[in-house]
Every structure is written in C-alpha cells, then in structure tokens.
Design a binder for this molecule. Structure first.
Ligand code: ADE
Length: 230
C-alpha cells in the first residue's frame, strides 16, 4: 500500500512512522508519505486558506490550493483521480470509521488522505476531488491529522506481517471472526492476584469450551455496549 497524506503539519507523522507496526509495514515495502499543501501554493505568503463566503468564524482550506497539490504529485486533473485511487477527506461529518471500513481500505493499493484545518474544507474539494469522507467520531478535532493517523493505524495493522503475530489482527474486537463483537477478556499470569482469580475455563486446556466461553463473553460485552445510557 502507498498512502499519501496531505497536511499542513508533515512533521507530526514522523512520530507515527516510528511506531512498531508502522515501521513493520514500511519494512515490508508499504509507504506512508506526507505532502505539504504549502509546497505548491502560489498564493502570497504561502497561504492555503481563506475566510468563508457568507461570513462566520474560522478559515477554510481553498479548493485551488488542494488542486495544485494533487496535480503536482499525480500529474492528472484531480477530478479524474478518484478512478485511480481512494481520495479520502477526514471530516467530522463523514462516514464513521469502523472495522469494516478499515478492512475495505486495507485492500487498496493506493490511498490519499486529505487533512483539513480550522473550519475545514471548501465544499468543492469534497464534491469534486474526493471519493470518501471519513470521520473518526462525532466530535470536532482541530484538524484531520490525528484522524488520519487513527485511520492509518487501524488500516496498516491489518496488512499481513505488520503486527508480527499474524493471528492477532484476525480475531480481535469487531472483526468478522468475532462476528463484529467487541473482544472477550484476556488474562495472563499470575492466575491469582489478591484473590482475583482467572476464570477456570481458561486454565482447563479445553479449547472448544474456551472458544465458547470467549464468544459468550464477547456477546455479553456487545450487549452491554448497546444498552441505552442511564
Ligand atoms: N477533522 C476534524 N474533526 C474530525 C473528526 N472527528 N474525524 C475526522 N476528521 C476530523
């Protein structure tokens, strides 16, 4: 996979690239690269945003600035880019990121992530250049950078070999193997701590009973998550 992240803060991703599963993915030949909108803007003072038409607070990322940045890297009209690769804007109102979307994106060869800042994107960026809009939750961040890291974190760890232990991304919370349920509880040594003992079944060595117990626990957790708040 080759993931390009468009941002005003490329250095933020230096830390991200150092994380173990990301390093593993890079060592396997995948790429995570950043593109700074400011490198291709021709506006005075390397400006990238402007005040919203109609008034209101904050600044809006300009459509021409994003077009210049996309054209410079891909050499095509960004209107046609969507037929070659997923172009994803990180926005609070987008499709909510979940395990199914992460699995879908992990199957892509090329991803482009657009991070907005301040009040976000000029709507024409979303309408004409993007194939997807993704949100990591119904709250507003100062920009899309952290959301891009969250998205890439969950996508990259699904790539074969990125976690070291192949199994661990298969049977985990919300995966198809767990029927979309949250994960069951885990325990390790000591088997007893201050009288807090590990469920007997996990010490039994009885694989079928363990499997059933884990599925049941995942179901109970799923039900608890879906209970209405008091
Ligand atoms: N940009 C600002 N807030 C965001 C959110 N919640 N998800 C994705 N991108 C964002």
């Amino acid at each position: 996979m080759r993931a390009d992240i468009y941002t005003l803060f490329p250095s933020w991703f230096d830390w991200f690239r150092e994380q173990r599963h990301v390093r593993n993915a890079l060592a396997l030949g995948h790429a995570v690269e950043t593109v700074d909108y400011r490198d291709t803007t021709t506006l005075s003072g390397r400006s990238v945003d402007d005040t919203p038409f109609g008034g209101g607070a904050g600044m809006v990322l300009r459509v021409d600035v994003v077009e210049w940045a996309l054209r410079a890297r891909y050499g095509v009209d960004p209107v046609d880019l969507g037929s070659q690769r997923r172009v994803i804007a990180l926005t609070p109102s987008g499709r909510l990121l979940d395990d199914a979307l992460a699995t879908e994106l992990a199957a892509e060869d090329d991803l482009t992530l657009l991070c907005g800042r301040y009040e976000g994107f000029d709507e024409r960026i979303l309408e004409h250049f993007c194939t997807d809009q993704v949100s990591i939750g119904r709250y507003v961040l100062a920009g899309g950078e952290l959301a891009a890291m969250v998205l890439l974190d969950t996508v990259l760890r699904k790539l074969p070999g990125a976690l070291g232990d192949e199994e661990s991304a298969v049977e985990e919370s919300y995966s198809a193997a767990l029927q979309g349920l949250p994960e069951y509880p885990h325990y390790t040594r000591p088997a007893d701590h201050r009288g807090w003992s590990v469920p007997e079944v996990l010490l039994s060595g009885h694989h079928e009973r363990i499997r059933e117990w884990r599925l049941e626990q995942a179901r109970l957790r799923g039900e608890a998550q879906n209970e209405p708040l008091p």
